[in-house]
Design a protein around this ligand. Structure first.
Ligand SMILES: [Zn+2]
Length: 210
C-alpha cells in the first residue's frame, strides 16, 4: 500500500512550474535580465509571452535602459492573465516585467497559471515605492513566489553605497506623499526618480549637483 507523506516522490510526469520574483530599484538591470531570460528560453524551443505595464517607452514594449527592446503585451487592470494565456496555443513561460504595477488579483492569476497550468512565471519589478512602502502586487509576490531574488547590478547612491530605494523628486525636492504610481523621467513629466541608499532616502539627501 502506498502511503502519501511529505517524503513521497513527485508522481512521474509532473514537473513543478515555478513562480520567481526578481526585484530591485530602478536601473538595477531588471528589464535587461527579463530580455535575456526570454532569449535563453526561446533558444531552448520554449514558447513564452512577454508582459509589461507602464514601460519607460510609454508603449506596450519591454525596453531596457541599455537599449534592448522587445514587443510586449500591456497588462491593463482589467486583463485576466489566465484567459490571456490559456487562449493561446502552448505557452511554456511568462516574462512579467513591471509586475509591481499589476493588480493583486493578477498576481493570484500568475500563481494559478503556475499551479494549474504548469507555466513558469518570471516576474520582475520594484519592491517598494518612492516612500519605501511595498507595492501591493510586490507584496503578494513576496508571499506567493517559490523564489525571490534581489538584483543588485551596481546601482549606487551618490555616496557610493548600494542603491536600494527609489526617491521621487519634484522641483528638485524629495517628496514623500502623493500617488503610489506616477510616471516620471519623461520629457512631459515634472517627476523624476533617483536611486538612493537607505540612509540618504530616509534623510532625504539627494547629494551634490542633483
Ligand atoms: Zn547614500
Amino acid at each position: 500500500m502506498t502511503e502519501l507523506s511529505a517524503l513521497s516522490a513527485v508522481p512521474s510526469g509532473v514537473r513543478n512550474a515555478v513562480l520567481k520574483f526578481y526585484f530591485g530599484p530602478m536601473d538595477c538591470g531588471k528589464s535587461t535580465l527579463a530580455l535575456q531570460m526570454n532569449y535563453n528560453h526561446g533558444r531552448q524551443g520554449r514558447r513564452g509571452l512577454v508582459l509589461t505595464k507602464h514601460d519607460r517607452s510609454g508603449q506596450p514594449k519591454l525596453t531596457s535602459r541599455i537599449g534592448l527592446g522587445l514587443e510586449a503585451i500591456e497588462v491593463h487592470d482589467g486583463l485576466d492573465l489566465v484567459d490571456l494565456v490559456t487562449t493561446q496555443h502552448r505557452i511554456d513561460y511568462l516574462i512579467c516585467d513591471e509586475a509591481c504595477f499589476y493588480t493583486v488579483p493578477q498576481i493570484e492569476q500568475l500563481a494559478d497559471l503556475v499551479d494549474e497550468h504548469g507555466i513558469d512565471v518570471y516576474a520582475f519589478g520594484l519592491a517598494s515605492d518612492f516612500r519605501s512602502v511595498m507595492f501591493p502586487a510586490a507584496q503578494r509576490l513576496f508571499e506567493l513566489a517559490d523564489e525571490v531574488c534581489r538584483l543588485q547590478v551596481e546601482v549606487l547612491c551618490w555616496c557610493g553605497r548600494p542603491g536600494l530605494l527609489n526617491a521621487r523628486i519634484v522641483g528638485g525636492e524629495l517628496v514623500r506623499t502623493g500617488e503610489q504610481v506616477m510616471i516620471g523621467d519623461t520629457d512631459a513629466s515634472p517627476v523624476r526618480y533617483q536611486v538612493l541608499c537607505r540612509r540618504h532616502h530616509r534623510a532625504g539627501l539627494l547629494g551634490e549637483g542633483t
